[in-house]
Design a protein around this ligand. Structure first.
Ligand code: ADP
Ligand code: ZN
Ligand code: ZN
Length: 678
């Protein structure tokens, strides 16, 4: 009797792979292959696993081996290259392979039930393709053409950093390069797939519309977390079967199975949302670069404000720099940036007289204004003047935020909600004051200041319902809004044709943050939001678009660089600071976090972790409480590891994680490699 052993990766935190018996005689099934999915018993459940090896013998006792229940054979196997990508991610981020690979596979494929799979396959087989399009495309300018040339000249690995100011026409490069690559492969009788990554799909609907319009004859699949399960399955299979020529998705799409991948594009490569903040804390950008190198294909990292890491690589020659210096649309100019000195201008409810005057001028001309304030809610805290009470969250080291329209105090960390107290909980004073301001408060004030104006607020609160963000942006595009007010949600890839003024209300708060990346992030946000202004070609004679920044620190180098639209200067200065301070990208970091009811227990665990193994060449700092120490009643602490060599850090992490797991601590802990927030 021929028996074969299948080694499976399963979605469990146990860092093992598991052997099962495949009984060839009982089945008419051909021998299973590596990369296929197999249903197996695991404990008392049945789970879907990924076959990573097929062999004759197992180290496991024969009478302990269990039988495979079924093989998912309707689909071709996942490729060795794809498994290698998952294995790399698992190794690098110190997670078991199964926890990386299986969540990439749509839920419907991981169950016993095959009806949804059959339905999806039928739908895909019936999908028709249209004729190639007669879509008008703009003539590329010299810089755009050079970029497309550089990207498509050589099919081999190269990381291109596409540094283009806002409005420089990066999108056209993202559309032309795939077109070229797909056409080149087609003439050689091959299929090509292109992966385009975007930070948040619902904030960049224009790119998706552009891609679909430009490639109506090709299948475009989208992959992001908001797809319904059926859709996700269909799009995933379209990518996996090579049917989708273009896959457009958020960070999770970097792990899509794409057998004919020939080009990867990462839009807004600096965006923090490429980093997953829970579970497998991966950087989609970094994985995309690894994947491009593994497969030997070009990858494009586009941004107006590249991440400091990427800029460093471009400087050292590891990445190739491509530059778009000019705005692309006819007569479109970069906006003029000005600072409003808040030391001399008294702001009433957040808006200084010069900013109010600038908004009024736009209203009179029938143009749009955008007010940017990166803080939602009405006020970040409530306060009693009489006794000093403030609205602390009882479960977190954080304030309860006042949400006036909803008449609630809300904790943004644990989601606790309370009615707004009518009087002070400690002294009974009925005159409680809001302190500071968020978007709701500014909205209220703007409505009072400009009674006839149509004001629209866009933030996470106003766009909770599905589709409401899209509806809000559409209203702005149709010209139904005079004053748009919002958080960073309004900063992303929108082209508002009538928008000629951007006001940043209180950016200073980020200048003195403990987070060493706060400056880089603020600069990128301000550049991006400023980039919303003056994108359309204006008529001759009208004044140029304007960006006004309210600040108490007019001399701050960040603002000086912003005035001059000088990303390069800012990046150079930031790199010099990081080098001097021994911060990334000049060191590599990993962060071990622990959570417990008692802070001391978390700190003790980290202290134990610290002394678990010799760690020559690796700096392990003292365990410290996290900045927001308590969330929902759980105390949190962290341990920062630093090393000048990525390889040396990796070599330490693997055995260290094994030793940590062997402690079998009941405390919750997790490791993050290349952490963004410290
Ligand atoms: P970015 O993504 O770099 O901020 P976009 O790709 O949104 O900029 O382009 C800005 C504007 O310039 C868009 O309205 C686009 O249609 C236009 N545009 C891009 N390339 C060209 C070109 N070669 N000629 C004319 N207009 C262009
Ligand atoms: Zn009081
Ligand atoms: Zn809370």
């Amino acid at each position: 009797m021929m028996r074969r052993i299948l080694t499976l990766a399963l979605d469990t935190p146990l860092d093992n792979e598991f052997d099962y018996r495949w009984n060839a005689e009982d089945s008419t099934h051909p021998l299973p292959e590596v990369g296929q999915l197999a249903l197996v018993p695991f404990g008392r459940r049945e789970v879907m696993g990924l076959i990573v090896a097929v062999k004759d013998d197992s180290d496991v006792d024969a009478n302990k081996l269990r039988d495979v229940i079924a093989i998912r054979s309707q689909l071709g196997p996942l490729s060795p290259a794809w498994i290698a990508l998952c294995r790399f991610a698992a190794d690098y981020y110190q997670r078991p392979l199964g926890e990386v690979a299986l969540p990439c596979v749509p839920k419907n494929l991981r169950t016993d039930n095959t009806t949804s799979l059959e339905r999806a396959l039928k739908k895909l087989a019936a999908a028709a393709t249209a004729e190639p399009p007669p879509v008008p495309r703009p003539e590329l300018n010299t810089e755009q053409r050079a970029a497309v040339e550089a990207i498509t000249a050589d099919p081999g690995f190269c990381a291109h950093l596409l540094h283009g100011v806002t409005g420089s026409g990066k999108t056209e490069v993202y559309l032309h390069a795939p077109e070229r690559v797909i056409e080149r492969e087609r003439t050689q009788g091959r299929v090509a797939q292109v992966l385009i990554l975007v930070p948040e799909i619902n904030l960049t609907p224009q790119l998706e519309a552009n891609v679909r319009a430009r490639f109506p004859h090709l299948m475009v699949a989208t992959l992001h977390s908001q797809l319904a399960e059926g859709e996700r399955l269909r799009h995933w299979i379209a990518a996996h079967q090579g049917k989708a020529a273009i896959v457009l998705g958020t960070r999770l799409a970097v792990l899509a199975s794409m057998p004919d991948l020939k080009l990867i594009i990462i839009d807004e490569e600096h965006d923090p949302s490429y980093k997953q903040q829970e579970g497998l804390r991966y950087s989609a950008r970094d994985l995309a670069i690894w994947r491009a190198r593994q497969l030997g294909l070009p990858v494009v990292l586009g941004s107006a404000t590249p991440s400091i890491e990427s800029w460093q690589h471009a400087g050292s020659g590891r990445y190739r720099k491509l530059v778009l210096r000019q705005r692309a649309a006819a007569r479109a100019q970069l906006p003029r940036v000005g600072l409003i000195d808040m030391e001399v201008n008294k702001a009433l409810d957040g808006l200084s007289p010069p900013l109010v005057a600038a908004v009024r001028a736009r209203l009179e001309r029938g143009e749009q204004s955008l007010l940017f304030l990166n803080r939602r809610g009405y006020a970040p805290v409530m306060h009693c003047d009489a006794c000093g009470w403030i609205s602390n969250c009882r479960r977190c080291t954080a304030f309860m935020v006042l949400h006036k329209p909803e008449r609630r105090l809300r904790c943004h960390h644990c989601s606790l909600e309370l009615r707004i107290p009518v009087s002070c909980p400690t002294c009974g004073n009925v005159d409680l004051q809001p302190l500071g301001r968020g978007t709701q408060r500014v909205e209220e004030h703007v409505q009072v200041l400009f009674p006839g104006a149509r004001v629209l607020r866009i933030d996470a609160d106003s766009t909770r319902r599905k589709g409401s963000a899209q509806a809000a942006f559409d209203a702005v595009h149709r010209g139904e809004v005079d004053i748009l007010l919002g958080t960073q949600m309004v900063a992303k890839g929108h082209d508002f044709q009538r928008l000629t003024l951007v006001g940043a209300i209180n950016p200073d708060s980020a200048l003195f943050s403990q987070d060493y990346r706060a400056g880089e992030r603020l600069f990128a946000q301000l550049m991006q939001v400023a980039g919303r202004a003056g994108r359309a070609g204006i008529e001759e004679g009208t004044p140029p678009s304007e960006v006004l920044i309210q600040t108490r620190y007019r001399q701050h180098p960040l603002y000086r660089a912003l005035l001059a639209h000088d990303y390069e200067g800012f990046a150079q200065a930031t790199l010099a600071e990081r080098r001097a301070a021994g911060l990334p990208p000049f060191v590599y970091q990993a962060l071990l976090r622990a959570e417990a009811r008692q802070l001391q227990a978390a700190l003790d665990f980290l202290q134990q972790a610290r002394t678990l193994m010799p760690h020559e060449g690796i700096t392990i700092n003292d365990p410290v409480p996290m900045t927001i120490t308590r969330v929902a009643g759980i105390e949190r602490a962290q341990l920062l590891l630093e090393c000048a060599s990525r390889a040396q850090l990796q070599a330490f992490l693997k055995p260290w994680m094994q030793a940590l797991r062997a402690l079998k601590s009941r405390l919750r802990w997790s490791l993050e490699v290349d952490p963004l927030d410290i």
